[in-house]
Design a protein around this ligand. Sequence first.
Ligand code: SIN
Ligand code: MN
Length: 212
Amino acid sequence: MAAAIEIAPGCLWWSGWLDRLGQEALVAELRALLAEAPLFTPRMPKTGKAFSVRMSNCGPLGWVSDETGYRYQETHPETGQPWPPMPPVLREAWRMLAADAPEAEACLINWYGEGARMGLHQDRDELEFAAPVLSLSLGDTAVFRIGGTSRRDPTRSIRLESGDALLLSGLSRLAFHGVDRIVPGSSTLLNGPGRINLTLRRVHPIDRALEN
Ligand code: SIN
Ligand code: MN
């Protein structure tokens, strides 16, 4: 496995972690999965303003957002069906890159179409921050911004390309991060413009009593 670059304490970046064939196979699995659990448009808590990113999930839990708030739930907000299982390659990625963490319980699927972006935020709806968040990128390149644990901390930008993996762990687990923009036409993976980002998360606390 290629060596990771630590771009901030605990923030590890594997450029080209998944090769082209692996990316194509994963996209085919995701297309089948999205036929079952279609992309939905999340809405901001309170205001109900639509996100520019569309979402779905796989795994036992999925992240959703609407007027009542951000949360994890076991079912799709529109179909009411359980989320489809995580493709094995994602569970394998988690085992390899988030080595000591217990099983991931949720994989958020973000779809960035034309003009979509994601404002600076922390991933803090989980009940366990000791486990990392693992992100995989597919399709067009994203201008990804990461800072510290305070919104006012300085930030830096990297370009996440198709096949890249990024781990938010340790001091970066609660780092503010976001996507300023997508570079249209920077990848040929998806037969058109757009980007898919997958983030795998552990939601429930690790039962340390069971581990000893
Ligand atoms: C996220 O923070 O949920 C997505 C980050 C990304 O799209 O790279
Ligand atoms: Mn996030």
